[in-house]
Design a protein around this ligand. Structure first.
Ligand code: NAD
Length: 481
């Protein structure tokens, strides 16, 4: 049983009210950890510690090179502790071990290494102005104290892709992981201390929405970087209005995957299934709406359903598992509710549509579910399900496909399957999404920006975009006359 505390400055402490909460293994429903349930008072203490850490000589006097070395050390420690971290994530989140050990943990290390390199490359500019006798230049300044609020689907990787650029640019941070999956983020905070990051620069408040709200409302927090649901993102925008807090928002998605008449259907079935069911469909970039040219829709649907049925379902710790449990019973019920709405609204259930029983009854397992004959105004075609539910819709021509693909409030990801070079290059321009994948799975790389339009959020993370997210531009006008 894991028992974890908050990290406030250099101290590991219980929550001020002594409150704790449980975290559960979704494969068995058993409690596997007890974490400190932080309150507003703990957030106050964390903000004070982060301010002191930000202003400390130990942090301010560190050269960019030395800061980069610390980030590199964090990457090395993540890798050295990779097996432990992957096992922890799989136990807490339910994530199949092939994902936690081959994607989630390595990505966290890679992101720290990527931003370690950036610490020495944060450049300013000189403005070419018309006023005589002026030298006008800009420098990038850290924001100060950044609140990093993360979701439960890829806890470690998402914490890393906020924390690494926040530190590379010289900020102090307060991590606030999701209450369903705090364990790997607690370990990440420990690793940051082991790596030698000065006290107060990385703080951690575990807890639920109350801790997140306190962080957002706190006037000592200069910026909130949030990844999570659109509904909570909207609450954060409202709550930040008072002090116009700077926000980065990575929210929900409802990716459409357009399978053109010339697509390689077998490749499209394999790729789309993986894109849909990666992390059991609990991914913001999950492919969920399959728009298939009418001439190929029957072939695609039957092959997709057969392939979905053949995927191994089981506990994440089993290396054979492709479909793991959903993160919680509450989420399982939510997914089941969407499936019920699909049936009620007249979609044709081709396969799945039920909780898994037998040996897996105690966990939160749901069968991969394929619906055909889905209309675009059905709830399952419009709302983010965040589970293993796939909707197939036919189209007759490209304008119709684009109109369906773009008739969503989200704009995170789009997908195109074609063998025609022109379509591969022209269709992505017409899809309203921050990222379009052509003939492949959803991929993430530290060097490529990630983020969305519409209700998928504000801003971009990763690459040089995160340097913008975590810095302020300061202009200096020098009178040369
Ligand atoms: P969530 O919005 O319920 O919670 C996310 C975090 O916000 C948690 O740490 C939670 O405790 C905290 N929180 C809850 N209410 C809050 C409030 N009022 N103020 C401040 N913080 C609050 O999201 P979730 O269910 O953990 O994650 C799933 C969602 O995350 C999905 O919608 C998914 O699309 C989204 N997501 C988006 C991306 C992306 O890059 N766009 C990546 C991963 C997940």
């Amino acid at each position: 049983m894991h028992k974890t505390q908050l990290l406030i400055g250099e101290d590991w402490v219980d929550a001020s009210a002594g409150a704790t909460a449980d975290t559960v293994d979704p494969a068995s429903g058993e409690v596997v950890g007890v974490f400190a349930d932080g309150t507003a008072a703990d957030v106050d203490a964390a903000v004070a510690a982060a301010r002191a850490g930000f202003e400390s000589d130990a942090w301010q006097s560190l050269s960019p090179d030395a800061r980069g070395k610390l980030l590199w050390k964090v990457a090395e420690l993540i890798e050295e502790n990779g097996q432990e971290l992957a096992a922890l994530e799989t136990m807490d989140q339910g994530q199949p071990i092939f994902i936690s050990s081959n994607v989630n943990v390595p990505l966290a290390a890679q992101v720290f290494r990527y931003y370690a390199g950036f610490a020495t490359k944060i450049e300013g500019k000189v403005s070419p102005v018309s006023i005589p006798n002026q030298l006008i230049y800009q420098q990038r300044a850290p924001l100060g104290v950044c609140g990093l609020i993360t979701p439960w689907n890829f806890p470690l990787a998402i914490a890393a892709w906020k924390l690494a650029p926040a530190l590379a640019t010289g900020n102090a941070a307060i991590l606030k992981p999701a209450e369903q999956t705090p364990l790997s983020t607690v370990r990440l905070a420990e690793i940051c201390r082991e790596a030698g990051i000065p006290a107060g620069v990385v703080n951690l408040v575990t807890g639920g929405p109350e801790a997140g709200q306190a962080l957002v409302a706190h006037q000592g927090v200069d910026m909130i970087s949030f990844t999570g649901s659109t509904a909570v993102g909207q609450e954060i925008v409202k709550a930040s209005a008072r002090d116009l807090k700077r926000l980065g928002l990575e929210l929900g998605g409802k990716a459409a995957s357009i399978i053109c008449d010339d697509a390689d259907v077998d490749a499209a079935v394999t790729g789309n299934l993986q894109g849909a069911l990666f992390n059991t469909g609990q991914a913001c970039g999950a492919f969920t709406r399959f728009l298939v040219h009418r001439s190929r829709v029957d072939e695609f649907t039957s092959k997709l359903a057969a392939a979905a049925d053949s995927l191994p379902i089981g506990p994440g710790r089993d290396p054979e598992t492709f479909v793991g449990p959903l993160v919680s019973e509450e989420h399982l019920n939510r997914v089941a509710g969407y499936v019920a709405s699909g049936r009620d609204q007249g979609a044709e259930l081709v396969t799945g549509g039920e909780r898994v029983g037998g040996d897996l009854e105690r966990g939160f397992f749901y069968r991969p579910t394929v619906f055909a004959g889905v209309q675009n105004d059905m709830t399952i075609a419009q709302e983010e399900i965040f589970g293993p539910v796939l909707s197939v819709m036919p189209f007759d021509d490209m304008d119709e496909a684009l109109s369906i693909a773009n008739s969503t409030v989200y704009g995170l990801v789009g997908v195109v399957w074609t063998q025609d070079l022109r379509t591969a290059h022209t269709l992505p321009q017409r899809i309203n999404a921050g990222t379009v994948f052509v003939n492949q799975l959803p991929l993430i790389d530290p060097g490529a920006p990630w983020g969305g339009l519409g209700l998928s959020g504000w801003g971009r993370e990763l690459g040089a975009y995160s340097i913008d997210e975590f810095t302020e531009t300061r202009s200096v006008f020098i009178n040369l006359a």
